[in-house]
Design a binder for this molecule. Structure first.
Ligand code: SAH
Ligand code: SF4
Length: 421
């Protein structure tokens, strides 16, 4: 069982040690190894350790990798180009894991939220937001968060551990299961597929944002390894241009994120003065606004075509004045940032110490930033009725009955089976 981690203090957040000292492997109680989350080379190593010669291990790893991530196979038996005798050999030693679905909810606006559980019984959440022209999956990187942004419900969770690469990539796989979006066609002749089978065209799940529970840069290696599989053409094959990583401002890891992951960057700025940002985003006490914006200016890959998103939660009388808006424009220009600003109306939760700005205030703020030459759309809150909106993710102790959960799981697998047929 993975030990729970202590929470660093509010003023000096530090990276938590990684959950899996086992090289990112999610271990199972029966000793079998979960392959989900592992790269091709690691799968080959495991096959070699289990007795295959090097050449066979490499070939089998390539085939299995394709079935796991590109086809979404969840049984070795389905891997039809692998010899029939080989499949039970795999079955005895390995598993194809998914996070367990504890609860699945659908909002009146179509937003879906899943409460998921790790093999060692930690709960976390994932949200899918359908729009007219895209479908965005909001993926969690940690159970809870070590940081304590004052407006964020996740920040009030006490327990935390990093999710493993398998648990991160597993969220995307579960979403594809639920949406029935694995490639179709002949399951055994991968070479005959056309390029278009691998693009997001025609799919519901087109974009991924690392904006669920947790601070992704405090789980750097696992997030990177998971996203590599998500971006790999023979993996889940989503373009890096359709993936966004959101950070509250872990400055020392931002350059590495650009170099080693290379996805779009979003930064939770939320305030333009030290005094306010120190209060609402406490990591600011460690890495201040100037340092943060300099790191943004140096972010590899940022350009006018790939702008950095600055998230700004609208808190009544805290950060929403005309002067705040003008200072925001000044700062973004001063650092010559290819920027767009996302204005997020504050989503309240029970006991939250803030209120949302009035709609007129949000509109005025948006206009000022826009007049300053920077796009500043107002985000419509989604899934509020099921607590799926930004910052509302917090797992509760309340659980459904076993029978209810079994029914939901069966439904999801039935959908998936239908998609594979
Ligand atoms: N930890 C990362 C990513 C997860 S939070 C980060 O902080 O960037 C995703 C976004 O939701 C962040 O911009 C966060 O500031 C915002 N958010 C958190 N709580 C919110 C709330 N109650 N209302 C609106 N947005 C919120
Ligand atoms: Fe953590 Fe992000 Fe919430 Fe801050 S806003 S507490 S960094 S999840």
């Amino acid at each position: 069982m993975t030990p729970l981690m202590t929470i660093p203090g509010q003023t000096d957040p530090v990276p938590v040690p990684r959950a899996a000292s086992t090289g990112g492997i999610t271990t199972r109680s029966d000793g079998r190894i979960d392959l989900i989350g592992l790269p091709r080379a690691r799968i080959a190593e495991l096959f070699a350790e289990a007795g295959l010669d090097a050449k066979a291990a490499k070939l089998r790893a390539k085939q299995v990798y394709h079935w796991l991530y590109h086809r979404g196979a969840c049984q070795f038996e389905a891997m039809t180009d692998i010899a029939k005798t080989m499949r039970p050999w795999l079955e005895e030693r390995f598993v194809i894991g998914r996070p367990e679905i504890m609860e699945a909810q659908v909002s009146t606006d179509g937003t879906r939220k899943w409460l998921l559980r790790t093999a060692d019984a930690h709960d976390f959440e994932m949200v899918f937001i359908p729009d007219a022209d895209r479908g965005t999956l909001c993926v969690s990187s940690q159970v809870g968060c070590t940081l304590n942004c004052r407006f964020c419900h996740t920040g009030t969770m006490r327990l935390v551990r990093n999710l493993t690469p398998g648990e991160i990539v597993g969220q995307v796989m579960l979403a594809r299961d639920a949406l029935g979006e694995w490639p179709r066609g002949r399951m055994d002749v991968a070479e005959e597929e056309s390029e278009s089978d691998y693009t997001s065209d025609g799919r519901l799940l087109t974009n991924i944002v690392m904006m669920g529970m947790g601070e992704p840069l405090y789980n750097f290696d696992h997030v990177r390894d998971a996203l590599h599989i998500v971006m790999d053409g023979d993996g889940l094959a989503l373009s890096k241009r359709r993936i966004t990583l959101s950070t509250s401002g872990v400055v020392p890891l931002m350059a590495r994120a650009g170099e080693e992951i290379g996805v779009n960057l979003a930064v939770s700025l939320h305030a333009v003065s030290k005094i306010v940002r120190d209060e609402i985003v406490p990591i600011n006490r460690k890495y201040g606004i100037e340092e943060l914006l300099s790191a943004c200016a140096a972010y590899p890959g940022a350009s006018n075509a790939r702008r950095i998103t600055f998230e700004y939660v609208m808190l009544k009388d805290r950060n929403d004045s005309d002067d705040d808006a003008r200072e925001l424009v000044r700062l973004l220009k001063h650092y010559k940032l290819p920027a767009k600003v996302n204005l997020i109306p504050f989503n309240p939760w029970p006991g939250a110490p803030y209120e949302c700005s009035t709609p007129e205030r949000v509109r005025r703020f948006s206009d000022i930033v826009f007049e300053g030459g920077i796009s500043a759309p107002i985000r419509t809150p989604r899934g509020r009725d099921i607590d799926a909106a930004c910052g509302q993710l917090k797992t509760s102790a309340e659980k459904k009955s076993r029978a209810e959960l079994d029914r939901q799981t069966a439904e999801v697998w039935a959908e998936k089976q239908a998609a594979m047929d």
